[in-house]
Ligand binder design. Structure first.
Ligand code: ADP
Ligand code: MG
Length: 712
């Protein structure tokens, strides 16, 4: 506090030599404990954080736009002469000032104004104002612009540099941001640690005459020099941006490497599986493993035999047979008398796994437990008890498996299916369940392939196995896109004819909104409609509101072909496997994501028959929806689809980390900046040789306290 007072008195930071990372924000004038708490929410704790809190856009008050050249929603400076000023009493009393500059005229409109302001707009005087032009009833209007009136015609804009606008939170004004960044730039920036060496920067950032130091880069972004091209700032292509982005990517790279190394020091239970038991399991499968499955099983098995925790991502397209890999790993754990959990994002998918694993494991004398939020209490109690005392070695379920009340005797393996639906927090929670001093092996399965550039940079800490081959006999699914308003009847006829040929059909209902109740209702309506239209054909219904036993009954009837048409909400998205189903209808496909549609479509094309997918949509189709449907029509390749998905949605969401922000960068954008990625690894090596002592500070600066999450 006393430090702050002295700042207030002297108007400057009294600790000129301190590393800004060690100077608390409260040392800045204007920042008291209350303001500090608000800044905290933006992860701004010290003066270095202030320096790294960069503008997300700029107001251009440098250039004057002629009224005749105005565009709607453009924020700009305008200079004009007052023609008319009057107070009008419409729905609201307002002051209207008409100004013109020879190319056109516009109206300034103010709802709050003083008598003095009203008198200030003298006819013939000049007004220089800054604001956002909007179309009004009579040409452009500026509502409450910033303005100055003068008798003489002013020259140029308000300022000769671009004005930074900062991302902020409630109660922290732009004025405050400008004030504290100004202090930080003046007093602390000169003392910021330059952590990179010139030799480790990629060539385009050390273009001889123009090496950008960290300090110069930060300065240039907070306070762009006169004449800076605003487009390069907006696109983050300025040298200054590139310099910072590069440093941030480098920091994330080191952070991943570091946590990978940390993990190497962790100890897990080594798991072993005898040849005989493995052979027993293979027998249960009832099919030959594909080469890809064999390879991945071997990779996983070898990993599990080590004392080092496995951290492996198994990616394989829908239907490539990932469950087999999970089963083998689980058996390996069970044989070592170590507990495993298999966790899936939806109850239906978890149930399917539960059934599958029981089929495979019970003949081997292994019990499989079940845990979901809807499990009846007595049964749940029993399962929990058995998990606590170690009697039960295998449990399948939803996130109920990681709730607080669940304790494990010796949890050694965690298998997570369809990882992109799980948040990082949930993976962290699982970690807490492992015995003291022991980490669990982790196997993560996803049908969403991680594009290579991303995998290299951000799964640098994960080992990745790919099942890049489908079991024999799989066929690509022909996909058509059809408007539902006009062609619904034809589609129903097609369903009838498929059923008459002994095939089965999935009909996926519209996604109304997030409400399970409404979705269930829509599915019920569709089922009734189809039952009337498809006389003599058995139509079944499954949705999220049914009891587990009811769902199971319907699914079993569909499996046994007692039901020909299965009407469903998107609950069947993952896991369900009925090879005789060869036609899939998806309603409102325009509202679903690419990955989801691909998953749904993956339910057909599993048998010997040619399969089809009909994507019904409602007009009008937005640009993105159009692109999504086109992608699906053109390809069956999950990899291509994932790349497209990534391109359209951004990396965070795809990686399932948007909620927790573990991959949220301060300035880099993994998609926009992917051209820099290949240079990260070699430059990191150079830095590690030249200045190994800087690496921790680099991580701390950019990744900071969130570091623990990156790997969770
Ligand atoms: P996904 O990778 O989508 O999770 P699953 O593990 O659910 O795929 O397998 C899809 C279907 O393919 C299941 O019915 C499974 O029994 C079957 N399957 C898996 N591997 C093979 C194989 N090598 N040969 C034949 N069928 C297989
Ligand atoms: Mg699966």
């Amino acid at each position: 506090m006393s430090k702050k007072k002295s700042n207030l008195l002297s108007g400057s930071n009294k600790e000129p030599t301190a590393n800004p990372a060690e100077v608390p924000v409260t040392s800045l004038s204007g920042v008291g404990p209350q303001m500090a708490a608000k800044l905290e929410r933006l992860h701004v704790h010290n003066v270095q954080d202030v320096l790294f809190h960069l503008p997300h856009r700029y107001d251009d008050r440098t250039s004057v736009t002629e009224i005749g050249a105005l565009l709607p929603n453009l924020s700009t400076v305008i200079i004009g002469q007052v023609e008319l000023s009057q107070v009008v009493f419409g729905r609201r009393r307002s002051l209207l000032v008409r100004i013109s500059d020879g190319t056109g005229s516009l109206t300034i409109r103010m709802f709050y104004f003083s008598r003095q302001q009203e008198k200030g707009f003298k006819r013939g005087h000049w007004v220089r104002c800054f604001g956002e032009a909007r179309r009004g009833a009579k040409g452009f209007e500026l509502i409450h612009p910033e303005y100055r009136v003068s008798a003489e015609k002013p020259e140029g804009g308000f300022e000769d540099t671009l004005k930074p606008v900062y991302p902020t939170t409630e109660g922290v004004s732009q004025t405050l941001w400008r004030k504290i960044t100004e202090q930080a730039l003046q007093d602390s920036l000169p003392h910021i640690n330059e952590l990179l060496t010139q030799s480790c920067l990629p060539p385009h950032l050390i273009d001889a005459s123009n090496t950008v130091s960290l300090a110069d880069a930060i300065k240039a972004i907070h306070r762009p020099a006169v004449g800076t091209d605003i487009a390069s700032l907006r696109a983050a292509t300025s040298q200054a941006h590139q310099r910072l982005i590069f440093e941030e990517l480098l920091a994330h790279h080191f952070s991943l490497k570091k946590s990978r190394m940390d993990r190497e020091t962790e100890i897990a239970m080594p798991l072993t599986l005898s040849k005989q038991r493995y052979a027993d399991l293979l027998e249960q499968f009832g099919f030959e493993l594909t080469n890809a499955q064999q390879r991945v099983c071997a990779e996983v098995s070898a990993n599990l035999q080590l004392e080092k925790p496995m951290m492996r991502l198994v990616q394989g397209d829908v239907g490539s047979g990932k469950t087999v890999v999970a089963a083998q790993a689980i058996l390996q754990a069970a044989e070592t008398k170590v507990q495993s959990v298999l966790m899936a994002p939806t109850e239906l998918l978890a149930e399917q796994h539960y059934q599958t694993l029981r089929e495979w494991f019970e003949p081997l004398g292994l019990e499989v437990g079940w845990l979901a939020s809807k499990t009846p209490a007595p049964q749940k109690r029993e399962t929990l008890e058995k998990l606590r005392n170690g009697e039960l070695l295998i449990a399948v379920g939803t996130h109920a498996l990681i709730q607080e009340s669940v304790e494990y005797r010796m949890l050694g393996l965690v298998v997570i299916d369809e990882q992109h639906r799980f948040g990082v927090d949930q993976r962290l929670a699982l970690r807490e369940k492992t015995p003291e001093g022991r980490a669990a092996h982790q196997l993560v399965m996803t049908a969403t392939p991680i594009p290579r550039t991303l995998a290299m940079s951000f799964y640098a800490d994960l080992d990745v196995s790919s099942i890049d081959e489908l079991p024999p006999g799989r066929k690509t699914v022909d996909t058509v896109v059809i408007p539902s308003e006009t062609k619904r009847q034809e589609v129903i006829e097609r369903v009838r004819s498929a059923c008459q040929q002994g095939r089965q059909v999935y009909w996926v209902c519209p996604l109304i909104d997030e409400s399970e109740v409404l979705n269930a209702q829509a599915a019920t309506d569709t089922e009734q409609e189809l039952q009337i239209q498809l006389e003599g054909i058995n139509v079944g219904l499954v949705h999220g509101r049914l009891k587990a036993a009811e769902k199971e009954q319907v699914m079993n009837a569909f499996r046994k072909a007692q039901i020909q048409v299965l009407v469903a909400t998107t609950v069947i998205e993952v896991g369900v496997d009925v090879p005789n189903a060869s036609l899939m209808i998806i309603e409102n496909s325009e509202r679903m994501g690419l990955a989801q549609l691909h998953q749904l479509r993956g339910r057909v094309g599993r048998g010997s028959e040619k399969s089809y997918c009909i994507l019904l949509y409602r007009q009008p189709l937005g640009q993105h929806a159009k692109e999504r449907l086109k992608t699906l029509r053109e390809t069956n390749d999950g990899f291509v689809i994932a790349e497209k998905d990534l391109e359209m949605r951004g990396a965070g969401e795809l990686l399932g980390t948007r909620q927790t922000g573990s991959l949220s960068f301060k300035i880099a954008d993994i998609l926009r900046d992917q051209a820099l990625l290949p240079q990260i690894e070699p430059c990191a090596k150079l830095l590690a040789e030249a200045k190994p002592q800087n690496i921790d500070a680099l991580i701390e600066r950019w990744v900071g306290s969130r570091e623990g999450y990156v790997n969770a």
